[in-house]
Design a protein around this ligand. Structure first.
Ligand code: SIN
Length: 282
């Protein structure tokens, strides 16, 4: 498919675009360059009307980088880096609800996440995204300067959202593993990170994973972490992806947070996820 047929349509004021007119299985390097440019421009790209096998998803992910390991869900038998995100009709809790960037508690967290929709509820089940560059740029120069001196301690324990074990215990449709080791996953990263390709600065901090700032107590850190999350998720910094089977969304974990909306009780949602491109946040 020629890349001059690729249509990129922004879906909100700050971030996010829909991409149509590309077949990710058969695209050439020029077509990928157009999709990748849309990713750099919009941070979240929902690419419609795909028909992707597990190997196809791995191949798209490889264009971004090496696959990242996710410690808490067992991967597919032949594709250990790919796993299914499933909520069955009888379940009430979802996976990925609550604002976060993926696995910031790893030493080399992923550049991007690829999420492919296999089965979606007739209504609901959208995913929200927020723009951590726009949020950073809206801060006062003095606040930017101060945040630029801070490092965040990021933990997988989900201490401030009920604890990972309790959280994952109620996600019955998924192949959860290793939650008892959650506290051993911890990484220190800058609170403001710089994006290599664009030179942009982005906030890199979440209520879910950032427990405190290096050199400060949790009590001292918490109010500012809470404030940064409230600021970053202001309506004007967000977009919302509505899924259809065959949509694959690629989002930039360096410059966004996301939150899966749990508004489809009694209905099934089945997605397939890969994280790609280990990074050293600077
Ligand atoms: C996730 O946080 O990776 C899941 C997002 C979703 O299911 O929409």
């Amino acid at each position: 498919m020629s890349h001059d047929k690729i249509e990129v349509t922004p879906i909100a004021g700050s971030l996010g675009a829909e991409v149509r007119g590309v077949d990710l299985r058969t695209m050439d390097n020029h077509a990928w360059a157009a999709v990748h440019q849309a990713f750099l421009d919009h941070k979240v790209v929902a690419i419609r009307d795909q028909d992707l096998s597990p190997q196809d998803i791995m191949d798209v992910g490889a264009r971004i980088g090496e696959p990242n390991h996710y410690p808490f869900v067992k991967g597919m038998d032949d594709f250990p880096f790919l796993f299914d995100v499933v909520k069955e009709p009888v379940e009430t809790r979802n996976f990925g609800g609550g604002w976060h960037s993926d696995t910031t508690y790893m030493k080399t967290p992923p550049l991007a996440t690829l999420l492919y929709a296999i089965e979606t509820p007739p209504r609901g089940g959208d995913t929200l995204y927020c723009d951590m560059v726009a949020a950073y740029e809206a801060l006062s120069p003095r606040m930017q300067e101060m945040l630029g001196t801070l490092k965040g301690i990021n933990s997988a324990a989900l201490k401030h959202t009920g604890g990972r074990k309790a959280h994952h215990a109620v996600i019955g449709g998924m192949k959860i593993q290793g939650t008892e080791e959650a506290e051993s996953y911890e990484a220190v990263h800058p609170i403001v990170r710089t994006i290599a390709e664009t030179g942009q600065k982005a906030l890199y901090c979440s209520r879910a994973h950032t427990t405190h700032f290096e050199g400060m107590t949790e009590d001292e850190s918490r109010p500012l972490i809470e404030w940064l999350q409230a600021h970053a998720t202001r309506q004007e910094f967000t977009c919302r992806v509505n899924w259809k089977p065959g949509t694959i969304t690629i989002w930039d974990n360096r410059r966004t947070m996301h939150s899966a909306i749990n508004d489809y009780q009694g209905m099934r949602r089945h997605m397939r996820r890969l994280t790609s491109g280990p990074t050293h946040p600077v």
